[in-house]
Design a protein around this ligand. Structure first.
Ligand SMILES: C[S@@+](CC[C@H](N)C(=O)[O-])C[C@H]1O[C@@H](n2cnc3c(N)ncnc32)[C@H](O)[C@@H]1O
Length: 209
């Protein structure tokens, strides 16, 4: 990501503001947007005033209250996969960046997290391998969270993500499929299973100069 000191940064889908605060502590001028009023309320409660973060209510698919070419960097952690119109959101991020600005976002890895993915287990619960099915399905689907709760997610193929990124005008500068660090493994040994398939993917995009 490079140094963010004195850079104008947008945290698109900031949630409770965790990443916004890290950026502001590194002396970035942070604007943070989220669609959930509740998350913004929590973010404000958790953010010391002197960090100067500007929290705004908005939809990443249409941020018309923000000016063209107004950010050096846009970050978005685990949001783009939740958007009905992700194509429009890519266009918005492109519009908001200065020429040569960066858009860095992470999503659930679309090749491994699909509508019918999950561990194949023995009767005793030993994880044999990670199953993937319905990879080419594009659209909304329901994911069970435990026995009672359900969550709506969207799935798109990697091809669709990349083609829409290119269509918006971005250049793809880098990809990361994160793996746990030694430090994380010693703290959370169950993360060992993240070496077996990739849960997340991070895109680094640049607006043309
Ligand atoms: C998984 S959370 C991630 C939050 C934060 N980026 C983080 O890393 O902690 C996804 C966030 O995206 C927000 N979100 C979902 N759809 C959105 C939209 N259309 N526009 C803006 N925010 C949205 C949700 O309210 C939620 O706070």
């Amino acid at each position: 990501m490079g140094t963010v000191k004195n850079k104008k940064v947008l945290d698109a889908g900031c949630g409770e503001g965790y990443f916004s605060r890290i950026l502001a502590k590194s002396e970035a001028a942070v604007t943070a947007v989220d669609y959930s009023e509740k998350m913004l309320e929590i973010a404000k409660e958790r953010t010391p005033i002197d960090l100067g973060i500007e929290y705004r209510h908005g939809n990443c698919e249409d941020l018309n209250f923000l000016e063209d070419n107004s950010f050096d960097l846009i970050v978005s952690n685990m949001v783009m996969q939740d958007l009905g119109n992700y194509e429009k959101a890519f266009q918005e991020m492109y519009r908001l960046l200065v020429d040569g600005g960066y858009f860095i976002f992470s999503i659930l890895h679309p090749c491994f997290v699909t509508p019918e993915s999950g561990w194949e287990k023995t009767k005793d619960g030993v994880k044999l391998h990670w199953n993937v099915d319905k990879y080419f399905y594009e659209g909304v689907y329901e994911q069970k969270l435990g026995d009672k709760q359900k969550m709506l997610l969207f799935h798109r193929t990697l091809t669709s993500y990349v083609n829409n990124i290119i269509k918006a005008g971005f250049t793809l500068e880098g990809l990361i499929e994160p793996k746990p660090s030694e430090e994380m493994l010693s703290k959370y040994p169950s993360f060992e299973e993240d070496f077996r398939s990739a849960d997340f993917i991070v895109f680094k995009l640049r607006k043309k100069i």
